[in-house]
Design a protein around this ligand. Structure first.
Ligand code: SAH
Length: 230
């Protein structure tokens, strides 16, 4: 057996994916492929690179974190991302989750590529994410916007899928509901600011929203007009 210390990044990534499959978290082939392809170590600070393939959140500066890989995997599976989808992500952070989404909705050589729009409120993180996405070849498939994501991004609405990676108050921001396409899916953690949050999947059917609670979670707060106060 190869010692984990001697494994290269690709081997560590494969090992992580295998363990997420064994735990029943990763089941869909598209999500498995994306997790195998996107180099998570390129999205974390240099001093955290060696921990990039441990199933744990990591600090990315400015008090923010990149989610644990099992959370990325779970959210991608529930969103049912398909080639051609137009996706809106609120909370770019490192840019890793946006790259995973892009790998699924706009795979290389796709004849019907979708696109990922992702919004981040911290300018420093916007710059880092743009750099990482460029380095890893996702810059044409992901647009990073600096702003308050609780307002959504009306310019490109409606979206097939909306992913929120910071915890919203229990009242889900209205713009996110209105900017979701008919039949679209919104994946969002919501609840209180620092504890007692749940992950929800919300499907838009006509003027109705069907909400399903998935599990208890812990995310950094969504700060903004329709979010928490800073
Ligand atoms: N998806 C990210 C996880 C980032 S953590 C990744 O893959 O790394 C959540 C991010 O949401 C933080 O960077 C935080 O600054 C950002 N955030 C919080 N409120 C926001 C808002 N209203 N608009 C945009 N970004 C917000």
């Amino acid at each position: 057996m190869v010692s984990i210390l001697k494994m290269n990044f690709e081997e560590k990534r494969k090992r992580l994916v295998e363990s997420l499959k064994d735990r029943g978290i990763l089941t869909e082939q598209d999500v498995i492929n994306a997790m195998l392809v996107v180099p998570r170590h390129k999205f974390v600070p240099l001093d955290a690179e060696s921990s990039a393939y441990i199933d744990s959140p990591l600090s990315i500066g400015l008090g923010q974190t990149i989610s644990a890989p099992h959370m990325n995997a779970m959210m991608c599976e529930y969103l049912k991302l398909r080639e051609g989808d137009k996706v809106l992500e609120i909370g770019t952070g490192s840019g890793y989750h946006a790259a995973l989404c892009a790998e699924m909705v706009a795979p290389k050589k796709s004849e019907n590529p979708g696109h990922v729009y992702t919004i981040e409120r911290h300018e420093g993180l916007v710059e880092n994410a743009r750099r990482s996405l460029k380095e890893t070849g996702y810059e044409d498939r992901v647009t990073v916007i600096h702003g308050d994501g609780t307002l959504g991004y009306p310019k490109e609405a409606p979206y097939d899928k909306i992913l929120v990676t910071a915890a919203s108050p229990s009242k889900i921001p209205i713009p996110l509901r209105t900017q979701l396409k008919e039949g679209g899916i919104l994946c969002i953690p919501a609840g209180s600011k620092n504890f007692g949050q749940n992950l929800y999947i919300i499907k838009k059917k006509g003027n109705d929203f069907k909400t399903k609670r998935i599990t208890g979670v812990r995310f950094v707060p969504l700060i903004g007009k329709y979010g928490f106060e800073s």
